[in-house]
Design a protein around this ligand. Structure first.
Ligand code: F6R
Ligand code: MG
Ligand code: MG
Length: 371
């Protein structure tokens, strides 16, 4: 039996600006997923939010890119966006870039990360979801988790991790992909994934047996829409333990804050802030970019649940161990914001081409005369 973990997300509209998914929207999504479970479309679900993004975690046995599962997510996003419009929530339906669903939600606006796996005797999973940033935000932590021996002791100590991992890197501009092996091609890998706006890690496998270890959502809203429509606010699914990085090694990159592109108007470098689900809301300068993480076990095609069928979910960043990163995020935010619109606080002019800035620059074009 093969089990599929699908995380499909969308900004359907939010409260008080690009801030938070309000309760009625979360409840609507939950109600429909409950029905879908009763109908046998999915086996388990968990609804949560990353800032203004509605996140649907669904576990089933229908495989990746399944029409019914994607259709279910699409239906939920359409209906909740309708509700958001009725409430005049902010940016209602902003990520729904296409109208007609034709079997697969990819390329339609919502972000998708899916992983079909053969369940191991015990299958611990971490799902990360970030707001006010883009897919490349996972390059740094995924590299650390699966390739950096200073992060993951198992790379040195655990014989079952010997040989390392391989990374699929997507060139989001050219729409091409390539696989790099670590440790032997580590320098080449970093040469690419250090450019987070262009190269995104999309899959990680264990090298010795091709066991799938991690997937991320890699959609580029601006490339689908042809203009700036907000950041992609990515999600990632990571398997842990027993020959893979331990849960603590998966969470280790978040001991410190690090800089990601996004934040206000998708146009600034901002410090990522790991937060609990309760603090999953963007405030200061529409941020700082936030990331939540949930941990659970997959068992026989479902999320392990309590006796009432409620999924057992751990809110992983709801922990004082991440206070240091949160504090750093605020301090780094304050330092960066002192720079205002001067680089490096603002993204490079090349990346700014995908924002609303060119429409301003256009106005002065004719004022410049040859020197
Ligand atoms: C970033 C984001 C926000 C908005 C900002 C302006 O991804 O969504 O920072 O860009 O709040 O939004 P508008 O132009 O809708 O007022
Ligand atoms: Mg929004
Ligand atoms: Mg968002």
């Amino acid at each position: 039996m093969r089990t599929t973990i699908s995380v499909i997300k969308c900004d359907v509209g939010s409260l008080a600006g690009h801030h938070i998914v309000p309760k009625p929207i979360l409840e609507m999504a939950e109600k429909r997923l409950k029905e879908a479970k009763e109908q046998g479309i999915i086996n388990s679900y968990f609804v949560f939010n990353a800032g203004d993004d509605l996140e649907l975690l669904m576990v089933h046995t229908r495989g990746e890119n399944n029409e019914e599962v994607h259709g279910l997510a699409w239906e939920i996003f359409q209906k909740t966006a309708e509700k958001a419009k009725n409430l005049k929530l902010y940016g209602a339906g902003q990520d729904l870039l296409k109208t007609a669903f034709s079997g697969n939600i990819r390329g339609m606006g919502p972000g998708t990360a899916e992983m079909e796996i053969e369940e191991r005797p015990s299958e611990p999973i971490v799902v990360f979801a970030a707001d006010k940033t883009s897919g490349g935000a996972f390059n740094f932590p995924l590299f650390k988790i699966f390739a950096d021996p200073f992060n993951t002791a198992g790379l040195i100590i655990d014989p079952s991790m010997a040989g390392g991992f391989k990374f699929e890197v997507l060139d989001v501009k050219e729409n091409k992909k390539a696989v790099f092996k670590c440790p032997e091609e580590m320098y080449e890998l970093i040469a690419l994934i250090g450019s987070v706006d262009r190269y995104t890690i999309s899959h990680v496998w264990r090298k010795r047996d091709d066991l799938l270890c991690a997937v991320t959502s890699t959609s580029r809203l601006s490339l689908i829409a042809g203009k700036y429509v907000g950041k992609d606010d990515p999600v990632a699914i990571v398997r842990a333990q027993h020959g893979l990085p331990a849960l603590g090694e998966v969470l280790m990159p978040f001991l410190h804050s690090f800089f990601v592109e996004g934040w206000m108007r998708g146009s600034h470098w901002g410090p990522i802030m790991p937060v609990s689900l309760k603090d999953s809301k963007c405030t200061i300068f529409d941020g700082p970019p936030r990331i939540v993480a949930i941990g659970f076990q997959v068992v026989n095609g479902e999320i392990a649940s309590d006796d009432d069928g409620k999924p057992l979910i751990s809110d992983l960043f709801d922990d004082p161990a991440f206070d240091l990163a949160r504090r750093e995020a605020i301090e780094h935010a304050a330092i960066m914001r002192r720079m205002g619109e001067f680089e490096p606080a603002r993204l490079s002019s090349e990346i700014m081409e995908y924002t609303t800035l060119p429409r301003i620059l256009e106005r002065f074009k004719d004022r410049f005369i040859p020197v």
